[in-house]
Design a protein around this ligand. Structure first.
Ligand SMILES: *[C@@H]1O[C@H](CO)[C@@H](O)[C@H](O)[C@H]1NC(C)=O
Ligand SMILES: *[C@@H]1O[C@H](CO)[C@@H](O)[C@H](O)[C@H]1NC(C)=O
Ligand SMILES: *[C@@H]1O[C@H](CO)[C@@H](O)[C@H](O)[C@H]1NC(C)=O
Ligand SMILES: *[C@@H]1O[C@H](CO)[C@@H](O)[C@H](O)[C@H]1NC(C)=O
Ligand SMILES: *[C@@H]1O[C@H](CO)[C@@H](O)[C@H](O)[C@H]1NC(C)=O
Length: 374
């Protein structure tokens, strides 16, 4: 169940809205990058005042270390998906959104590997138009400090994405009869991570409404609204499912279909108790459950970087990691890290000179982060 209990974690911070009048002439979400033609860096716009891509997109066995700066990631199967997370220990998403790197559950992608014990629940749902993941995690194991969180997406305040130049692929869009398909790029995607929860959705460009289903303008609404799901504690399951309605779209009590838009200014707080609708996860079917030990084999023995306040202990089967202070929620409400957003906003409407609002990173409130964008 996606619950509303986490809403109590919503804390609004003061932060400065910086008007970013720059929008890339060559935005990330418009780039068609076949898997066999990935460039060293996909970002081409060197005039972006926010800077340039910090990592690279060609990733291989040489780059497969815990210092990898690989910015190409995958959402394939239960045993094979990645998250965007910071390159440096104990970072905030707000401070690092533009430079996140890929952390993957499986070896072979040239990325950092998610240490064992990180993912504590997971639901992956494949629908006709997208694949989504949601769950709970020990976020300190992958360099995210405290309970901080935010959104990473293919738009970003300037169209270059967060991380800038991040690419996403899957071999599951056209898999059939138990066989994996070829790697296909998802041009539109959004991920949320924070408050010991994560979620993400990658949209099939040939499916229905990829921009609307993977919209990135609802960054303050978190997992519950962007990636409605049924995450259950200590459960790891794969399901087929129906497409949800485009993010923000709902059928009201009057039977009419309406569209909710989050406030355009972060200075307007969102009254989570009085939003016009509460999302219901779209129907799922054919759910299959897995044991975490069966799907996270490649993380065994991978230790957490120093500086995260996590203790590595050696055991017969290799090192294991013990979180200090961060316990992933076992409430089954992993679907709602709804407190955050970190400046990753804007309509990624392409090249039409969209004016984006950016947010200066770094607002802190009472130990929680809530740098609110847009
Ligand atoms: C491996 O990836 C790195 C980083 O992108 C790149 O510099 C190097 O050329 C690649 N090696 C091969 C053999 O492709
Ligand atoms: C499909 O790919 C996943 C990882 O992406 C792998 O675990 C699985 O064995 C593959 N299945 C086949 C039939 O090749
Ligand atoms: C996936 O699509 C590609 C073309 O986009 C095709 O070559 C491949 O055979 C397909 N794979 C499956 C399993 O359908
Ligand atoms: C955990 O292990 C890594 C790799 O061996 C090491 O760099 C790091 O210092 C260790 N962390 C702690 C807190 O001991
Ligand atoms: C992480 O960073 C915060 C803010 O700088 C600091 O208060 C905290 O002690 C750091 N945690 C660790 C484990 O170093």
């Amino acid at each position: 169940m996606s619950g509303s209990t986490l809403l109590s974690f919503v804390l609004l911070a003061t932060s400065t809205v910086v008007r970013a009048d720059y929008f890339s002439p060559d935005p990330l979400a418009n780039k068609v990058v076949p898997f066999d033609a990935i460039p060293y860096q996909v970002m081409t716009d060197t005039d972006d005042p926010r800077g340039f891509q910090t990592g690279y997109n060609i990733c291989n066995s040489t780059t497969e270390t815990q210092d990898s700066m690989c910015q190409t990631m995958f959402v394939n199967h239960m045993d094979d998906f990645c998250l965007w997370a910071p390159p440096t220990a104990n970072s905030t998403i707000a401070d690092s959104e533009g430079i996140e790197v890929a952390w993957c559950s499986k070896k072979g992608h040239g990325t950092r590997i998610i240490p064992e014990g990180t993912i504590t629940s997971l639901q992956m749902v494949k629908t006709p138009s997208y694949i989504q993941i949601a769950g709970t995690l020990n976020q300190n194991f992958i360099n995210i400090g405290g309970t901080d969180g935010g959104e990473l997406d293919s738009g970003g305040q300037d169209g270059e994405g967060n991380p800038m130049g991040g690419l996403v692929y899957t071999n599951n869009f056209n898999a059939s009869n138990g066989n994996n398909g070829t790697y296909i790029q998802a041009q539109h995607w959004s991920f949320f991570i924070g408050d010991s929860a994560f979620c993400g959705k990658i949209c099939d460009q040939t499916g229905s409404n990829p921009q609307g289903l993977c919209n990135n303008i609802y960054d303050r609404l978190g997992c519950e609204y962007n990636v409605p799901s049924d995450v259950e504690a200590n459960t790891f399951e794969y399901c087929l499912g129906d497409d949800m309605m485009p993010v923000g779209t709902y059928v009201g009590t009057d039977g009419k279909t309406s569209v909710y838009t989050q406030p355009s200014s972060e200075s307007i707080s969102i009254d989570f108790d009085n939003l016009p609708y509460t999302p219901t996860p779209a129907p799922t079917s054919s759910c299959t459950q897995f044991a975490s030990a069966a799907i996270f084999t490649d993380g065994v023995g991978v230790t957490v970087a120093a500086g995260n306040g996590v203790t590595n202990s050696s055991g017969a089967t290799g090192a294991s990691n013990t979180g200090s202070g961060t316990t992933a929620k076992a409430t089954g409400s992993g679907a709602s890290s709804s407190k955050t957003a970190s400046g990753s906003t804007t309509s990624a409407t392409g090249s039409s000179g969209a004016v984006a609002l950016g947010v200066s990173a770094g607002a802190v409130a009472a130990g929680f982060f809530a740098v609110l964008a847009l």
